[in-house]
Design a protein around this ligand. Structure first.
Ligand code: CO
Length: 217
């Protein structure tokens, strides 16, 4: 990688932006009001803005290995808190991707050192869905299904947070589970049934005195 090239790229990007809109950067500096919080994988092939076709300022982004939302991770918990309570985003997206190295590593019986506790969160997803996953004979299909189930479980982790529960009582905050297919470039909405998921988890994970807003009732 030619690092000097990056600075050249940056210069021509600035120039192009200013040609179209002379006040582009001075407008950007006034502040951000993104509508979406995007939680995705750090994988270099899955670049958030490019795959969504959106511009700077439109999404608040967090990327980590295998798009995880562990409840003890200060980084992801702070990002959710800030996006929901201060930026007031209306959408939270957890976007996984097929051929995810993190998910693949969690399917192997291998000591990965410092990655072990991180990947254990994915192994826990496997354990919760062991019967469904073990019934899939084709290894690639099983791997893809674990990617999808991991997205679903991380969406549940988003719904378990106090900020999201509180916000959902006051406004229409929706959580989305997506998968990016590296092989085709397509973004797939898993169309997760959150009403059903909430019914299953509300009893245990409710953190406030009121029932979270329940669109079906
Ligand atoms: Co990945």
């Amino acid at each position: 990688m030619d690092i000097a090239r990056i600075f050249k790229n940056n210069q021509s990007w600035v120039q192009k932006k200013l040609e179209v809109e002379p006040s582009y950067f001075s407008n950007l500096s006034k502040g951000q009001a993104p509508d979406i919080l995007y939680i995705g994988c750090s994988d270099s092939r899955v670049s958030a803005e490019e795959l969504m076709g959106i511009a700077p300022g439109e999404a608040f982004v967090l990327r980590n290995i295998a798009n995880m939302v562990p409840n003890t991770d200060l980084s992801v918990m702070s990002v959710i808190n800030y996006a929901v309570s201060h930026l007031k985003v209306d959408h939270i997206v957890v976007c996984g991707h097929y051929y995810c190295g993190g998910v693949q590593a969690a399917m192997k019986s291998e000591d990965m050192g410092i990655l072990n506790p991180w990947l254990r969160n994915i192994r826990d997803v496997y354990r919760m869905h062991k019967d469904e996953l073990n019934a899939i004979e084709d290894e690639e299909l099983r791997y893809k299904r674990l990617v999808e189930l991991n997205v679903e479980e991380q969406c549940i982790n988003v719904l378990k947070t106090a900020e999201v529960q509180k916000a959902r009582r006051d406004r229409d905050l929706t959580v989305h589970g997506w998968v990016f297919d590296v092989h085709t470039g397509k973004l797939i909405d898993l169309k997760i049934d959150f009403i059903k998921l909430l019914e299953n988890i509300t009893e245990i994970y409710r953190l406030g005195p009121d029932e979270p807003e329940h669109p079906s009732s």
